[in-house]
Design a protein around this ligand. Sequence first.
Ligand SMILES: Cc1cc2nc3c(=O)[nH]c(=O)nc-3n(C[C@H](O)[C@H](O)[C@H](O)COP(=O)(O)OP(=O)(O)OC[C@H]3O[C@@H](n4cnc5c(N)ncnc54)[C@H](O)[C@@H]3O)c2cc1C
Length: 399
Amino acid sequence: MGRAEVYPVIVVGAGVAGCRAASVLARQGIEVLLVDEATFPRWKPCAGGLSLKVRPYLDGPLGDLVETTVRGAWLVLDEERRTHLRSADPLGWMVHREAFDLAHLELAGSDPRVQALLGVKVLGIHEHAGGVVVETRRGEFLAEAVIGADGARGVVSRAVPGHDSRLLGFAYEGEAHPPSQRLQDEVYFHFRAFPWGYGWIFPKAHHYSLGGYVFGRGQPGIKERYEEFCRRVPWLQESRTYRTRGHPVVMGGDLRRLHTRRIVLAGEAGGLVDPLTGEGIYYALRSGDLAGRAVAAFLQRGTPLETYGDLIRTEMQEELRWARLLAHLFYRFPAWAFHVLFRTRQPCRWFAAVSAGHLPYSHLVRRLLASAPERLTGVFRQAAGRGERESLAGGAESP
Ligand SMILES: Cc1cc2nc3c(=O)[nH]c(=O)nc-3n(C[C@H](O)[C@H](O)[C@H](O)COP(=O)(O)OP(=O)(O)OC[C@H]3O[C@@H](n4cnc5c(N)ncnc54)[C@H](O)[C@@H]3O)c2cc1C
């Protein structure tokens, strides 16, 4: 075999984290090889729900990919206990990952400094004092630094200590053609449909995304739960479901190191997913951005990649530890948690503020604890109560 091709940076994975990192590096004048085993457009199992935190990353043509602006939510525990939220302001957005990820790849590839190598699987990563060897089905490549943005099933994280202690969750997803009587701009969550998790229905322009997110690995019977969910939820009756698939989710909630001397992990490859909600797109975009900047500083000024590890720890990992604590409580005691969080106006607002990035989870936990005595009385009062509506941010209530 001939000599390995050499690049300043190789980004493994052309999902949203990898494309964002490649774009940032290219803007700093650095050449990038962006490798993905898939050819695009590719299908990514994902519900495509974006929280308001994603707003800074929806500039230019990416904003046009929003299929639904969410202005309401159904939060359901069972037939009797359900909360309906409406807001005049957007609560989030829906995209379709095939189109969303393709647009990110096109944006990154529009810079001549980004060379995309698609349909090529990376088999292994070997770090040496002078560089990193990336072994692929197409031969070996050499880089001064590597960004692992290869998602839940990737290989780069194996080269970083802590791989074996990753926290795994699971999601089972499908799509459905909605009936005429459909959810329009509202999302639906059911907190009893899946053990240790929730079922969702998200409306897109022409279909629903639906499925179950489970906090914890190994879920025997999840397919049957999904089928039951499709049979019982009113919004899904008369719908035809297709494209069903299960997928692991590498969750956040630990303080694992996400860097070595020459490698950083971004997005789900680094477990940057909210363990309570399963949200990963924002964390992938943000960490891809930070990874690109950190690697540029490493190459141009010799700044150690530890700075990336420190930033991710303070900005994301510590925050996601609180989310993990809440996930343990919420999914162990769903009825109690439903009453505490979703049956009264104030916690609903706090939760919406967390989702929008205006309130850290740590503050939510403190506020919940501070209001616990008053809330406990409310729990008993409401335990026998029936469905009610809540309005967020002074928004109008729907019929
Ligand atoms: C069913 C489901 C529903 C979800 N719903 C939501 C949601 O509604 N909202 C939300 O915010 N998050 C959601 N998530 C989480 C979210 O999808 C991920 O956290 C996010 O896509 C991570 O982005 P990423 O760029 O890090 O990785 P990915 O988007 O997974 O991209 C990784 C890329 O790496 C490539 N790759 C992998 N291995 C190799 C290899 N060996 N060689 C070369 N290339 C490789 C893959 O082909 C892929 O293109 C969901 C996850 C699942 C499973």
